[in-house]
Design a protein around this ligand. Structure first.
Ligand code: ZN
Length: 138
């Protein structure tokens, strides 16, 4: 069995952002040389997500609006977590959007559905953060 591990770094200029990282993950898969197996991709920070959904700008605005209704950024005082930080909302948003995705690898390709794309979801940006890619198979 082959294994592959890579850390990807992101720094978004805004507090919140959704980045389509599918091409980067496909490049990792190519580098790994693995043809059949499983790919795990997870955020290594507790205020960021990796998730799969549609690359459609209206939907991304819907996510932003929905998450702000569930866990508004402000007032910062609304969160007990914000004694020393201001990112209580970001922890909650990350939990809703998920930590990781697992994708099947078939014939050397990501075995995604027709509209599935892999996204990095940032909820407390403007600093460097990591995503882990681990691939196992043969
Ligand atoms: Zn925090």
């Amino acid at each position: 069995m082959k294994t592959y591990r890579k850390e990807l770094w992101f720094e978004t200029p805004t507090r919140r952002a959704f980045l389509n990282i599918t091409p980067t993950i496909e490049e990792c898969l190519k580098q790994s040389g693995i043809r059949e197996g499983l790919l795990l991709c997870n955020a290594m920070h507790i205020t960021a997500s990796v998730f799969i959904n549609d690359d459609e700008s209206g939907l991304h605005q819907d996510f932003e609006d929905w998450l702000e209704q569930l866990a508004p950024e402000k007032p910062y005082s609304r969160y007990r977590h914000n004694g020393y930080e201001d990112n209580g909302d970001a922890h909650l948003k990350r939990t809703v959007m998920g930590r990781e995705v697992v994708v099947a690898i078939t014939e050397g390709r990501l075995d995604l559905g027709p509209w599935e794309q892999i996204f990095y979801g940032e909820f407390d940006g403007k600093r460097r953060k990591r995503v882990l890619v681990k691939i196992i198979g043969e």
